[in-house]
Design a protein around this ligand. Structure first.
Ligand code: PLP
Length: 546
């Protein structure tokens, strides 16, 4: 009977008014939280950009809906994508009777002679781009044939090694620690900390993750945001997409090609975990104002990542080589992380980069540890579990082979070549071409100042002349990232550029692959990103078709 009484008594207590108050509090909390979010978003992006984003989003969805209802339009868009797919297939997938396809394992293993001859056959039949002729922007950071031999020897010796097991491969562990130490000294933070990764993208993903976990642990931030210049590498957006972080993309000042500092300052809010600056950026090779960005970061006690993936082994040598350079490394108070790609101007084998932090305390937030895993205590510093020790050995060997003098010389030659190109464009192409910003290192981007001349068409004509350059947007321009291979080709480049500008101006064709990929003029404006996104997805599919 007692239990019945108790139940009755509980039912008798009236929860009515309490519940009502509770509901109101919850309601007010959610409305306020929402309003704060909207207010921060508006502050970071400005009313105009927010409205533009909204408008683009609306018109995109409206057009997508319209496409569903308008068969003609839909057919046009589908034809566009099918056509792109056809072009991609033809470009990448070898066709014809002569091509042997290896779609399943050979029943018996092949001999090493057979493997070598089959590779030879693929190279001749399918063809490959002559990357040694010095007409490729970036892509191949070749340290010379002697260095290649040294890399092969390192691979040979450490082929099966795996730094996941430092007890089995102690030499690889030592080399990895030394690579990080050498980079930290190059970037003037010998007491700092770092790790090697598989490339610039992984270095950037790790840095974003580190700052996210640091901000969560020290400030309790659960809805992290980062502030990134429009010219920063797409790897920051990729990291944010993987790690569920909101990105505020900041506009660039047209003359300097540096991120707009006023806008960055306005975008900082209590959820901001880090700012980003490039030294130098990929699109136009310019450097953000690292000193000013780091000052902002310090004032707000947030992270500041300097992307030196491309600057790698060029930026630290500008000063000793006698080129002008603004501060960019750990000597700038407030810089908390720097990414440096050993596999670019460090001439290490591809698949190698270094992420550096101000101190070891910050680096702890990069690690992943699983103390109770059924496979035993698991601890790993970066994304990969097992890692190729051969790449670490190759990177270490490349750095030993080049040495300070070697990198200094390579910086002199490469940056010297870039300055010559920029100088000659300014001097010889007045009224026709202009150089974007004031690039301090190895990349030069240029656009057209003549409305009758499309810069992407200039790029297409340069392609026909054997050059592999990069088309960029906002503004339309093309860039060349100089390497040791391109240095002797500077005069040829300028001569070809003269021809290309003449041709694009006098006999414009109004089309071309660069234009197609970047302009997509034939498709309604708001849909262009969605259609080019679908084409890019087709491109990725193409990569896996045998
Ligand atoms: C190359 C590059 C990266 C990242 O490169 P990976 O291709 O992942 O090695 C990041 N930032 C800049 C500026 C770069 O040029």
């Amino acid at each position: 009977m007692a239990s019945k009484n108790l139940r009755q008594r509980v039912q008798d207590i009236s929860l009515g008014p309490v519940l009502e108050h509770f509901k109101t509090v919850v309601f007010v909390y959610f409305v306020l939280a929402r309003l704060i979010k909207v207010q921060r978003h508006l502050r970071a992006r400005g009313l105009r950009t927010t409205l533009m984003e909204y408008w683009t989003w609306m018109s995109k969805n409206f057009l997508l809906l319209a496409l569903k209802c308008l068969p003609d339009q839909r057919k046009k868009a589908e034809a566009e994508i099918a056509n792109a797919k056809f072009i991609l297939d033809n470009k990448f997938i070898p066709k014809g009777e002569a091509v042997t396809r290896h779609m399943s394992l050979p029943p018996k293993g092949q001999s090493s002679e057979w493997i070598a001859s089959e590779m030879e056959k693929m190279d001749t039949e399918i063809g490959h781009t002559e990357w040694k002729n010095g007409k490729i922007s970036g892509a191949v950071y070749h340290g010379g044939d002697d260095l290649t031999k040294i890399l092969i020897a390192a691979f040979d010796r450490y082929c099966v090694s795996n730094p996941l097991h430092p007890d089995v491969f102690p030499a690889v562990r030592k080399m990895e620690a030394e690579i990080v130490a050498m980079c930290l000294r190059m970037y003037n933070n010998p007491m700092g900390a770092g790790a090697t990764t598989s490339g610039g993208t992984e270095s950037i993903i790790m840095s974003v993750k580190t700052h996210r976990d640091w901000a969560r642990a020290t400030k309790g931030i659960t809805e992290p945001e980062i502030i990134v210049p429009d010219t920063a590498h797409a790897a920051f957006d990729k990291a944010a997409a993987y790690l569920k972080i909101k990105v505020h993309t900041m506009p660039i000042v047209r003359e300097t090609r540096q991120v707009d500092l006023k806008r960055v300052a306005r975008a900082i809010n209590p959820n901001t975990i880090m700012l980003v600056g490039s030294a130098v950026n990929f699109p136009d090779g310019c450097q953000d104002n690292i000193v000013a960005l780091a000052k902002l970061a310090r004032e707000h006690n947030i992270g500041m990542h300097v992307d030196c993936c491309l600057g790698s082994f060029i930026m630290p040598f500008l000063e000793p080589a006698g080129f002008p350079v603004e501060p960019f490394d750990f000597r700038v108070d407030g810089v908390t992380a720097i990414s440096c790609d050993t596999h670019k101007y460090g001439f290490a084998p591809k698949g190698s980069s270094v992420i550096m932090y101000r101190n070891a305390e910050l680096r702890k937030h990069q690690y992943y540890v699983h103390p109770t895993w059924t496979g035993g205590l698991y601890a790993s510093p970066s994304i990969a579990g097992s890692r190729p020790g051969s790449l670490i050995a190759g990177t270490w060997a490349a750095m030993q082979y080049m040495g300070y003098e070697g990198y200094l010389q390579s910086c002199r030659e490469i940056v010297g070549g870039a300055k010559t190109i920029a100088g000659r464009i300014k001097a010889e192409f007045q009224g026709k071409l202009y150089v974007l910003g004031n690039p301090p290192a190895s990349v030069v981007a240029f656009g057209s100042s003549d409305p009758k001349c499309s810069i992407h068409e200039v790029g297409d004509i340069m392609s026909k002349k054997g050059w592999h350059l990069n088309g960029i947007v906002r503004p339309d321009a093309i860039h060349i990232a100089l390497t040791r291979l391109t240095v002797p080709m500077v005069d040829t480049f300028i001569a070809d550029l003269h021809d290309a500008v003449h041709e694009a101006r006098d006999t414009p064709s109004g089309k071309g692959t660069m234009v197609q990929l970047y302009g997509l003029g034939k498709v309604a404006g708001a849909l262009a990103p969605s259609i080019s996104g679908q084409i890019a997805t087709e491109f990725l599919d193409t990569l896996y078709r045998a």
